[in-house]
Ligand binder design. Structure first.
Ligand code: GLU
Length: 284
């Protein structure tokens, strides 16, 4: 699957390269990581997210439950798995010395910021694009993944790109996402139908309620893998850099998260996680 996926992910490739560059660039300008790689952090200040996490000895993180490859709950086993989940585990390991000291809570694109702000979760690791608008409400870590918005359509659909989204084209997506905002802005003629989450949007697409589902290409590839009757259109019409969202003003915790990301990059773990969930990365 990996090879095939990679070929079809050419558009994502460039984006990923940019993501890697962004993370490297941040590494250069940021202060050195706290502690030696692999060591857990020293005692945190009593207040703030880091102190809370240490006190309860658990990292409570908001993740997606309906996005294959990033955060997907297996209804049989109850296990939630994906790239975002593995990043969450790495932070738990760094902060608490044990990757299993995490509690996952389901968020949707619409509920994630309110849940973070009212203290239900310590962080959002849920396919979340860093935007200026969102920065007014939350702080973000360094970029840990680059995606771009595209479309999921039936294999025989005439839709190849945003140019084919015309008046009357029905496009489904999730509430509270950049995907919904972007499609309304870039294809104002389209009929946009917003659902509570991506599982519902995908069900609607399969039921013929929409001509296309729009969101980040990385997520669409995950859906196409679940149902071979669908394909992802080539290229992307936006850039979607993913960051981990943290309560506003908590610099100490942002630093702990960024230190973890830097370590993952430096020790090769990031590339391994990337291979595991997304496929091989282009040579730099
Ligand atoms: N990355 C986009 C966003 O943050 C789309 C995926 C999502 O809804 O989580 O809105």
């Amino acid at each position: 699957m990996k090879k095939k996926t990679w070929k079809s992910m050419a558009g994502l490739g460039l984006a990923v390269l940019l993501g890697a560059t962004a993370l490297t660039a941040c590494t250069r300008t940021e202060p050195a990581a706290t502690g030696k790689p692999g060591e857990s952090l020293p005692a945190a200040s009593a207040s703030g997210t880091l102190g809370e996490i240490k006190k309860r000895d658990k990292f409570v993180v908001g993740v997606k439950y309906d996005l294959n490859l990033f955060g997907l709950k297996d209804p049989g086993t109850g296990k939630v798995e994906g790239f975002d989940i593995d990043i969450a585990k790495a932070i738990a390991k760094k902060v608490l010395g044990d990757e299993n000291k995490i509690e996952l809570k389901e968020v949707t694109s619409k509920t994630r910021i309110p849940m973070l702000r009212n203290g239900e979760i310590d962080a959002i690791i849920a396919t979340m694009t860093v935007t200026e608008e969102r920065k007014k409400e939350v702080d973000f870590s360094d970029i840990y993944f680059m995606a771009g918005q595209s479309f999921l359509v039936k294999k025989d659909s005439p839709i190849q790109s945003i140019a084919d989204i015309k008046k009357g084209t029905k496009v489904v997506t999730a509430k509270g996402s950049t995907s919904a905002a972007n499609i309304r802005e870039k294809a104002p003629e389209a009929t946009v139908l917003e659902f509570e989450n991506y599982a519902e949007a995908f069900t609607a697409l399969k039921a013929g309620q929409g001509d296309a589902l729009t969101t980040d290409n990385a997520l669409l590839y995950g859906m196409a893998k679940q149902d071979p009757n669908f394909r992802v259109t080539e290229g992307a019409f936006t850039e979607e850099p993913y960051g981990i969202a943290i309560k506003k003003g908590d610099e100490e915790f942002v630093k702990a998260v960024n230190d973890t990301l830097k370590e993952l990059k430096a020790n090769g773990e990031y590339d391994k996680l990337y291979e595991k969930w997304i496929g091989s990365k282009p040579k730099k």
